[in-house]
Write a protein that binds this ligand. Structure first.
Ligand code: PLP
Length: 361
């Protein structure tokens, strides 16, 4: 009988946030952490330009996009690998560095792609307990054994919004054996304003065992184009370039991505919008009697009461009836919570109004 490889049937396929409400033509999607302001106009124009060369294969090396990223971030473009979303890079890092019998560690409420990529390569996904919904360095280091191959950390993490400061990140790397790959997934880095936060590029420069991954799906609002990138030491760059598909980024993605990186004003506006509305929404929901966890990203994790009239399922249904789509977080071991993305002012005020009505029921 034909059977798939070890681990494949253990994969619980990724369930994305809902994007529409049955029976409603109009709704506001606050379920996938896409930037409230949408993409840069310059990126949209560049995307249209790609229509002129649909018959040609894209540049397989994404050189112009890598050069733009290198310039914007002060990095060597030769050590940047682009991926079809950062998801592709996470999959390929697992394919490159783990296999059957190995263990891949991540926080218990860590991004849900990590267990999927572990199963994909036949490795064992290991959830490490967190402290206050935050990645716990000590718990992770004490869970390492001779089978550990990769540690994934989303910093800040989705769906909790929590992050660990630079000193903790350094302590994590220093405490891991040299032959363990540390993947620092910085999908939300552009939104972080805390002075004790650092992406971790210096850790990548310091040895041959740390990678930082980034995405264009969040602050750049180009999720549909599937663009991610990784900053790597030379040996990992080589591995990722061997593993990726030859033409993994379309010309449209490369052109729009480059224009988006260069439009620094638009990125700043998206960050500023978040800096205003993240605390605003957090305060309003707290005033309604909800528990809102601190977030460094462009979303909030909200805990609902336990009674059946006000629990997270009732809230999800209530917000849906008002045309507001939030994200369920049961898959993350947080069934009592919902996650909400920071949207435009109108959506934030509609959410505040609905939350008040819901809690007063
Ligand atoms: C923490 C984290 N990492 C990676 C990703 C994947 O992003 P991409 O769209 O680049 O594949 C997401 C998307 O939700 C995320 O939240």
């Amino acid at each position: 009988m034909l059977t798939p490889r070890q681990g494949i049937l253990e994969i619980l396929p990724y369930v994305p946030g809902k994007s529409s409400i049955e029976g409603k033509l109009e709704s506001t999607k606050l379920s996938a952490n896409e930037s409230a302001l949408g993409p840069s106009l310059k990126a949209l124009l560049a995307f249209r330009e790609a229509g002129n060369c649909l018959h040609l294969y894209p540049d397989g090396t994404s050189i112009e996009l890598r050069q733009a990223l290198g310039l914007a971030n002060g990095l060597n473009p030769d050590r940047i690998v682009c991926g079809a979303g950062s998801d592709e890079l996470l999959y390929n890092l697992a394919r490159g560095y783990a296999g059957p019998g190995d263990e891949i560690l991540f926080g218990e409420h860590g991004f849900n792609v990590y267990p999927i990529v572990a199963h994909c390569v036949g490795a064992k996904p290991v959830k490490v307990p967190e402290k206050n919904l935050t990645f716990d360095v000590d718990a992770t280091l004490s869970r390492v054994n001779n089978k550990t191959r990769i540690v994934f950390i989303a910093n800040p993490n989705n769906p909790t919004g929590s992050y660990i400061p630079t000193v903790e990140l350094k302590r994590l790397r220093a405490g891991l054996r040299d032959d363990i790959l540390l993947v620092i997934d910085c999908a939300y880095a552009e939104f972080v304003t805390s002075p004790d936060y650092n992406i971790g590029f210096d850790l990548v420069d310091g040895a041959e065992n740390t990678v930082v991954t980034r995405t264009f799906s969040k602050i750049y609002a180009l999720a549909s184009l599937r663009i991610g990138w990784a900053y790597c030491p030379p040996s990992i760059t080589d591995v990722l370039n061997r593993l990726r598909a030859p033409f993994n980024l379309s010309t449209a993605s490369q052109l729009a991505g480059k224009a988006a990186v260069e439009d620094v004003g638009h990125v700043a506006a998206a960050r500023d919008h978040n800096t205003v509305w993240l605390p605003w929404l957090s305060d309003r929901l707290t005033e309604c009697g909800l528990t809102v966890y601190p977030s460094a990203a462009n979303f909030l994790l909200v805990r609902f009461p336990d009674d059946s009239a006000h629990n997270s399922q009732a809230a999800m249904a209530f917000f849906s009836s008002k045309g507001l789509i939030l994200r369920e977080t049961s898959i993350y071991g947080l069934p009592e919570c919902l996650r909400v993305t920071i949207g435009l002012e109108e959506a934030m005020k509609a959410l505040e109004f609905s939350a008040k009505e819901f809690m007063a029921k």
